[in-house]
Design a protein around this ligand. Structure first.
Ligand code: PBG
Length: 343
């Protein structure tokens, strides 16, 4: 019979004691394998018409729609915190929406003005612009609708016009999020022909038809008015198809790939990373953000720590960068904690 009085070394003889490597904050910091850095987080930002306008988005605590003047201040602050890229989304009032999403490529539209203002005020920030028609269409779909169908090839022309407008205004990267076939190759060709060979393409190559986009659609009032997005966004059960989408967009000339949403698809991120040498991003989408914020506001979890843990898991799965609404709060936390989280 073993008694507590007995000398434990008589019975336990361990050569491997993994806890030695966890003994102090210092050793934990030295040995941490994956890190979250501000420069690997991209902040999605919602732009609003007008001046000195700041609107809250109830389903996304801490995220606002900002008019251009306030947007400039926000981007300057993000830069100061170490964030090096933002991705812009426009809030388009209903009266500017139509079946074809023509506002998307109207010269002088909100997105063009935002890009010009940001490039003028803070040219050192990398400016990415989402390219898809859903903020601009009265039916809320990402493409042009004909007889109830989202038609692929005519949509490409609209996306190209959007991309050219963004490139002309000074965007560094265009980010097609529409999931139409062949758009990366087509946009690359159109950009090159117009002399914008330095404008990059971040392809949302794997975008699942997800329930986690709900708060984003609140933010832009862009929920589809009929049907769903399942004829273009992917079936959540499919991984091979995701890898195929990555291969196609890579072959069509994408500079960076992205998987979206992130947390429910960590396996897809890991497999996509193993298959490509391109930089791979993941979009920690609105619903993923909102869940953590809601639980945190109820006092059920520590929101900051849970957020950091989730973002770290996305990096550990293989993402090189993350689009996240928590970019600013995480960058602030990293600065507060001396540059390293978790140790
Ligand atoms: C639009 C677009 C969506 C998101 C990014 N771009 C919504 C959708 O496809 O319905 C979602 C982002 C988020 O939920 O944070 N093409």
């Amino acid at each position: 019979m073993l008694t507590l009085e007995q000398n434990v070394t008589d019975v336990v003889d361990l050569t491997r004691r993994p806890r030695r490597n966890r003994r102090t904050p210092a050793i934990r910091a030295v040995l941490q394998e994956t890190h979250l850095h501000p420069n690997q987080m991209i902040a999605p930002l919602f732009v609003l018409e007008g001046n000195n306008q700041k609107e809250t988005i109830h389903s996304m605590p801490g995220v606002h729609r900002l008019s251009i003047d306030l947007l400039i201040k926000e981007v300057q602050e993000l830069y100061r915190l170490g964030i090096r890229a933002v991705d812009l989304f426009p809030f388009v009032p209903n009266e500017r929406k139509d079946n074809q999403g023509t506002e998307a490529f109207r010269a002088g539209n909100l997105i063009e003005m935002s890009i010009r203002a940001l490039k003028r005020e803070i040219p050192e920030m990398c400016l990415m612009v989402d390219v898809a028609l859903d903020p601009y269409t009265d039916h809320g779909h990402d493409g042009i609708v004909e007889e109830g169908q989202i038609v692929n090839d005519p949509t490409l022309i609209a996306l190209a016009r959007m991309s050219l407008l963004a490139a002309e205004a000074g965007a560094d990267v265009i980010a097609p999020s529409d999931m139409m076939d062949g758009r990366v190759g087509y946009l690359r060709k159109m950009l090159d022909e117009a002399g914008f060979d330095e404008v990059g393409i971040l392809s949302y190559c794997v975008k699942f038809a997800s329930a986690f986009y709900g708060p984003f659609r609140d933010a832009l009032k862009s929920a589809p008015r009929f049907g769903d997005k399942k004829t273009y966004q992917m079936n959540p059960g499919n991984c091979n198809e995701a890898l195929l989408e990555c291969m196609l967009d890579e072959a069509e000339g994408a500079d960076m790939l992205m998987i979206k949403p992130a947390l429910p698809y960590l396996d897809v991120i890991a497999k996509a990373k193993a298959q490509t040498l391109l930089p791979l991003g993941a979009y920690h989408v609105s619903g993923e953000y909102a869940m953590i914020m809601a639980a945190s506001q109820n006092g059920w979890i520590n929101g900051e720590r849970a957020m950091a843990e989730c973002l770290l898991s996305i990096k550990r799965a293989g993402a090189d960068f993350i689009l996240t609404y928590a970019a600013r709060s995480m960058a602030e936390k990293i600065a507060r904690e001396g540059g390293i989280l978790f140790s």
